[in-house]
Design a protein around this ligand. Structure first.
Ligand code: ZN
Length: 299
């Protein structure tokens, strides 16, 4: 997915422009962990930002129905103005992009050095995948946008599956990366379980997300530029990320929030997290049990 914290996508419905969506495009959603309704935090008609009263996970409800979301990501204009577009190699956005790529690759390589199989979910135009290939990984991508997947295949010669993760080939990888993707998916718990199934024994995962407890999110509240309720439908914090990951059988081993670290350079409202799968023998069949203890108390 294009990096949303860098710049507005220019899409209708982005913060500050008239929203083209109406209540008929939306549906109510419950907390993916607790299965209960959230309590309103911000009202942004036709959307709402709500918080689960039990686990404190923040999410958008009502949110766009899945058909409306698919229309959003199928629109070639979705990538316009993002950092993956046709920008000069030395534009500030592209310099930042290369800084993140190098920082994230080195953070990943400390846990699982190349050669190894690397899967990127939400591979966009394929810039990270191409860099990972150069670093020595055997790379695959999954991308929902036809525009992004086609660019990665034809311009960069990458192996990218265009479609939903659930429909992608069920291969295991030593490294699974999802940059600025988890906040977009219909159900982050089911999504992270799928990530876990795709991790080879000893494999690691790495992700980035905007986070709701960041200083910009707390100061700007409903005017936070990354709120974008039509696209960003789950708003995690380090604590709720650990909770959802644990329920999915994954453990977060490190979280980078500093905008001074290359992996997260210049990003004051986003974090990078790395982790591993909890060994199968310790996880109860329903994904709870030992996995819950691994949160170490999610507060
Ligand atoms: Zn909850």
């Amino acid at each position: 997915m294009p990096d949303s914290s860098m710049s507005a996508t220019g899409r209708p419905g982005s913060a500050g422009t008239a929203a083209p969506w109406t209540a008929t495009d939306t549906e109510p959603v419950r907390c993916c962990v607790c299965g209960i309704d959230g309590v309103p935090v911000y009202r942004l008609p036709p959307f709402g930002v709500v918080r689960c009263p039990v686990c404190e996970l923040v999410f958008v409800s009502p949110r766009l129905q899945s058909q409306a979301l698919q229309r959003l990501y199928d629109d070639p204009g979705y990538f316009e103005g993002g950092v993956y577009g046709a920008q000069s190699a030395w534009s500030p956005a592209m310099v930042l992009q290369r800084t993140w790529t190098a920082g994230r690759l080195s953070a990943v390589a400390r846990l699982s050095r190349p050669p190894g199989r690397l899967l990127e979910i939400g591979s966009g135009y394929g810039l990270f995948l191409a860099a990972a290939r150069t670093a020595g990984y055997d790379v695959r991508g999954v991308e929902l946008s036809h525009t992004g997947a086609e660019h990665a295949r034809t311009r960069l010669g990458l192996d990218v599956f265009c479609g939903q993760l659930a429909d992608a080939p069920a291969e295991q990888a030593d490294v699974v990366c999802l940059w600025d993707t988890l906040e977009h998916v219909p159900d982050p718990l089911l999504f992270l379980r799928d990530v876990g199934r795709r991790l080879a024994p000893g494999g690691v995962f790495a992700l980035s997300i905007p986070y709701f407890s960041s200083v910009p999110a707390q100061l700007l509240r409903s005017r936070w530029w990354t709120l974008k309720p039509e696209q960003h439908i789950w708003h995690l914090t380090p604590a709720t990320l650990r909770l959802v990951a644990a329920r999915a059988g994954l453990v977060i081993t490190s979280v980078i929030t500093s905008p001074l670290r290359p992996a997260n350079a210049g990003r004051t409202d986003s974090l990078v997290a790395l982790g591993r799968a909890i060994p199968q023998g310790l996880v109860a069949r329903d994904g709870t049990g030992a996995a819950m203890h691994a949160t170490g108390g999610s507060a």
